[in-house]
Design a protein around this ligand. Structure first.
Ligand code: SF4
Length: 388
């Protein structure tokens, strides 16, 4: 089969097979415009010109982690184990004044399992786990704000932990990152990171589907995975979404070296490789799944992602840094607005739960009123409540 035939088949609304996706991965530089045109057409058909972002604050309740990923710029090596809930609430309330709606609640993965200081700090505050601490914080977010809503991304959770947190959250997330177990072997970036086992992560993504939780996942691009592994990661996400219909967005996140990490001198993927991956993601995934790429990890050329089929920029904060990528600050929302417009698209604010799930009623009773008063008939943040 030729590339053009594969693309024509996708236009007819048929799913790509693994072999067809691998064929797209082999496209040459000369064929790239064909691939990008196909991806943008698929995106235009489903989303029109609308490109979304979520106005958020990023609250890292703890940066200790049981894993040791070689590229990680988030994990702390010491310091105070937990931010106090009062401190975290101060950020949330400042964010609300700046018209943010999403509280991205992020932590390292179960730090109390390997860091005695984390366990001690939790116990002294009356908690037995990071998850319990997160739950208390999120309850306060709902009690003390009018418009803020949590999105939890704190590593691998059990099904019962997700069920506990579900009523407090608009959506939840966990990056698959890669389906490759090879990346956990000696000398690879996930050596020493037990919760990066793809089977464990797929288990959590599947269980989120069983619980009907609108879910964000994604892949990391350029951490040593092969094209075949990248395609298999996207196919695995599509498969679990086909089963449960709960994946709201897939983040295509390019690796960028963080100073001070073991991978600080590792070459990041080229812009061409990132564009090709985004386009292939757009073509592999169902049209109902948003494709997102973060603008701060390619500050000079991120607007080109629009040509590869993205329809979302992810969460951007008017207040807090991107704690996961400290070396790469977010552009201002005004800049993203202008660049999106210059490319012929329209920037709209969305909530941390996508419109399709609001329409489907996959929202918690505790959040229903604030969500329904904030959105318009399209499920996006209504004019007057939005901000750019
Ligand atoms: S990338 Fe995430 S899981 Fe890995 S060490 Fe950093 S915080 Fe932990």
């Amino acid at each position: 089969m030729e590339v053009l035939e594969v693309l024509a088949k996708r236009f007819e609304g048929k799913e790509l097979t693994r072999e067809e996706a691998l064929l797209l991965a082999e496209t040459s530089f000369d064929e790239l415009p064909l691939l990008l045109s196909a991806a943008i057409m698929v995106r235009l058909k489903r989303y029109g010109k609308v490109t979304t972002y979520s106005r958020k604050v990023f609250v890292p309740l703890t940066r200790l982690c049981r894993n040791r990923c070689a590229y990680c710029g988030f994990r702390a090596r010491g310091g105070r184990p937990y931010m106090s809930i009062d401190e975290a609430m101060k950020i949330v309330k400042e964010g609300e004044k700046l018209r943010a709606k999403e509280v991205l609640v992020s932590t390292g993965d179960r730090p109390e399992e390997v860091h005695p200081e984390a366990r001690k700090a939790l116990n002294s505050m009356g908690y037995s786990s990071t998850v319990e601490y997160v739950e208390d914080f999120e309850e306060r977010v709902l009690k003390e704000t009018e418009k803020m809503m949590p999105h939890t991304n704190i590593g691998v959770l059990t099904k019962s932990e997700m069920a506990e947190l579900k009523p407090l959250n608009a959506s939840m997330g966990l990056m698959l990152e890669s389906i490759s177990e090879r990346l956990m072997s000696s000398g690879m970036p996930h050596e020493g990171s037990p919760s990066k086992d793809p089977k464990t992560r797929l288990r959590m993504i599947r269980e989120a589907g069983e619980l009907k939780i609108p879910f964000t996942t994604g892949i990391l691009v350029g951490i040593g995975e092969t094209w075949e592994e990248r395609i298999d990661s996207l196919m695995a996400i599509r498969k679990v979404h086909d089963e449960y219909g709960h994946v709201q967005e897939v983040i295509v996140q390019n690796f960028m070296p963080e100073p001070g990490t073991p991978m600080e001198n590792y070459e990041p993927p080229s812009l061409i490789e990132v564009l090709k991956t985004i386009a292939i993601a757009r073509l592999i995934l169902g049209d109902d799944v948003a494709v997102q790429a973060p603008p701060n990890l390619n500050p000079r050329a991120y607007h080109a992602y629009l040509l590869a089929g993205i329809n979302d920029w992810g969460g951007i904060s008017p207040l807090t840094p991107d704690f996961v990528n400290m070396a790469y600050p977010w552009p201002s929302i005004q800049e993203v607005y202008e660049k999106t417009r210059a490319m012929g698209f329209e920037l709209r604010e969305r909530l941390p739960v996508y419109p399709v799930f609001i329409a489907r009623g996959w929202i918690s009773e505790l959040l229903r009123e604030r969500i329904e008063t904030l959105v318009d008939e399209m499920g996006l943040v209504r004019r007057g409540e939005d901000a750019y």
